[in-house]
Ligand binder design. Structure first.
Ligand code: ATP
Ligand code: MG
Length: 262
């Protein structure tokens, strides 16, 4: 099934919002993914087409095994689709060498993956410093501190991933992903190990990143309480992606003034 593309209407308020002023960050055209399974083929993702823009906070929901991580990792250029084309920040991923792809990933995407995206032998602050060094930027200690404070992880600044709880590791990965102000954040179940207040805080930080930094944030989640912060909701079932909007009783908790006003 093909995901609905713009123009879209807000299902909560019954009004049509103007398309976000943001530029297109992700464009999928008939993207699909098959995996071999003995003599058979598993279609993990059926052909899907959609665009995502800067300043949008998008969530992807669906049962286990439905294809959410497959969609996210294809979006981030971590695996190739079997067919169709993916454009990221204006670049056709299939036209890039693996080095160019790695550079694009580094400069444009912040990943928070289901498997840890942290380097075992680096502390949290070393992750941030390394990021700055590779980007040829001075390390902004103030920004790092403020981000750690927002995420409630100042105490773990000098700790290695193995010394952290699951929830702290998740928040550290979110901190690293946000620190580089990427055009796109891809977060796979980023709040799975967090209690409700922490999960809502993370969702709020993503919302602010979308509004303030014009980041396009894509978050896979099972947690329906977080959907109220999102602008768009996609549902995947058996590999079929559809832009479904908000489930009943999970209306948007926020309006979208910042998207319209910049
Ligand atoms: N590398 C792979 N090789 C073979 N099959 C795979 C591979 N990766 C995923 N699959 C299959 O593709 C389907 C979708 O997997 P995916 O990881 O995208 O699901 P998911 O929605 O992220 O699930 P979960 O909520 O459990 O994380 C599943 O049937 C899975 O077994
Ligand atoms: Mg998954």
């Amino acid at each position: 099934m093909i995901a609905r593309i713009s123009p879209r209407s807000d299902q909560t308020h019954g009004t049509t919002f103007q398309e976000p002023s943001g530029k297109e960050v992700v464009h999928f055209t008939e993207v699909y993914k098959d995996f071999p399974d003995g003599d058979d083929i598993i279609r993990a993702l059926s052909p899907t087409s959609f665009s995502l823009h800067s300043g949008e906070f998008i969530s992807i929901v669906g049962p286990s095994g439905s294809g959410k991580s497959t969609l996210l990792t294809i979006m981030g250029g971590l695996q190739k689709p079997t067919g169709g084309s993916v454009r990221l920040d204006g670049m056709d991923l299939s036209s890039l060498s693996s080095k160019q792809l790695a550079q694009l990933r580094f400069s444009s995407i912040g990943f928070v993956l289901q498997s840890s995206s942290l380097v075992p032998f680096l502390t949290l602050e070393e992750h941030l410093k390394l990021r700055s060094r590779y980007a040829h930027e001075a390390y902004n200690a103030r920004k790092a501190r403020s981000l750690m404070k927002e995420l409630g992880i100042e105490r773990i600044r000098d700790k290695h991933p193995a010394e952290l709880s699951g929830g702290e590791r998740q928040r550290a990965a979110i901190c690293v992903a946000l620190f580089g102000n990427p055009a796109l954040i891809l977060a796979d179940e980023p709040t799975a190990s967090l209690d409700t207040p922490r999960a809502l805080a993370v969702s709020d930080i993503f919302f602010q990143a979308a509004r303030r930094e014009k980041t396009c944030v894509v978050m896979v989640t099972h947690d329906e309480r977080l959907l109220g912060e999102c602008d768009r909701v996609f549902t995947i079932e058996d590999g079929h992606t559809e832009e479904t909007g908000f489930p009943r009783n999970h209306a948007k908790s926020r309006d979208r003034p910042a998207a319209a006003n910049g």
